[in-house]
Design a protein around this ligand. Sequence first.
Ligand code: PMV
Ligand code: MG
Length: 328
Amino acid sequence: MAEKNNFVHGIAYGKLYLAGEYAILEDYSKALITSVDKKIIAFVEPANEITIFDTLNKISVGLYEKNDNFKLIQEFLIFLQQYTQSKKTFALTIYNELHGEDKKYGLGSSGAVLVAIAKAMLNFEKIKFDDITIFKLVTLFNLTHNISGSMGDVAASLTKGITYYQKFNSSFVKELIKNNSITEIINADWDGLIIKNIVPKASVNIFARWTGECVDTKEHVKLWKENKDNFKEEYSKFVSKSNSLVADLAVNLSDGNTSQTLENFRQLRDNLHYLESFSNIPMETIAMKKYIDTYPAGKQSGSGSGDIVLGFDKSDAQFNLILNLEKL
Ligand code: PMV
Ligand code: MG
């Protein structure tokens, strides 16, 4: 893509959960989430008025123009104006590779779009930033706009490669929000939050395949929450098992322990089946089970019963992620 001199941009990557889904909704839990070779790029250039164009909707709207497809982005831009204290006008263009024509793959588009916009806008305002600042900005916006979830998708979209994400303490951040300005909240250390990159040395191929089925993660998270009080012991068993497997997997991936890596993935899948057994959150469709059975190890990625399924196998050399977006 040719970039003119007066443009600045921000990039965010599509994501896939490797380990830690559901458990990551809890404070201090851990997940491993990888980027994929598809991204969102936001471009910003000076203009006489604020406009937003994206390649999904293929239309341009103004900041205050009523349009349901752009509502969240409009609100996010207003939130960023409060943070940057800027009244500059600009044209924002969003190139989104995370959706096909009328197809949703579950690659984390809603988190990534805000990450790309935040990076582009701070570049436009010539404000220096790091990944944690972008994470906090997007997360703060989400928390104050009724968008729930672990924010693992936001963490993973910041950089290429595998992200080790430890969830922040929600009540700590809620308290911060009550008593402080945006800048104070962003500048504070968030209790629990860890975002770091893992360099995989295990010789593993990951075959990620689109199932062709769309999942509404929100519905799954609702079921997770609804059952929590009735199955306290089971939930806590599931969460601690997930966290210890994620910690193990992070070590085995980094140290190049290929067989143990595959074993960790099998155990993570078993643990998700355990969660399903008492919560009734549907995890694997029949097609997903069949796909997983053709590999030495495999599991769902994320909320399950659709989106993308993962097969794992030993590779001849280094770690590889092969994403196939043809319908299973
Ligand atoms: O379906 P995905 O890839 O968006 O993953 C959802 C992961 C959950 O843990 C189920 C929810 C969340 O917000 O982390
Ligand atoms: Mg999903």
